[in-house]
Design a protein around this ligand. Sequence first.
Ligand code: FES
Length: 99
Amino acid sequence: MNLVEVQFVDADKTVFVQPGTTLLQAAEMAGVDVMTGCTRGMCGTDAHAVEADEGGLEPPGEAERGTLDRMGVTPGCRLLCSAKVRAGRVRVAGDALTD
Ligand code: FES
């Protein structure tokens, strides 16, 4: 199984993780502090702009999609507690972007 490269841009840290790992778990592995709340995709505290290779992330589940829609963030934003990596390379920026 190929590992997925996750880069935390602001912290200048990179970690390689198993597919299916959440970005929050990747942050913990990289030693990057992330502000969180519910850790269940409901509060939106951990919304960040995320860039990924094609198919690099699992699509958002119902709870994450609903929270992102309520927040009005740009399409590239994901909740780190909920977004799971799938393949390739993923870059996580510092904060969520709003329209
Ligand atoms: S910590 Fe609440 S949505 Fe991720």
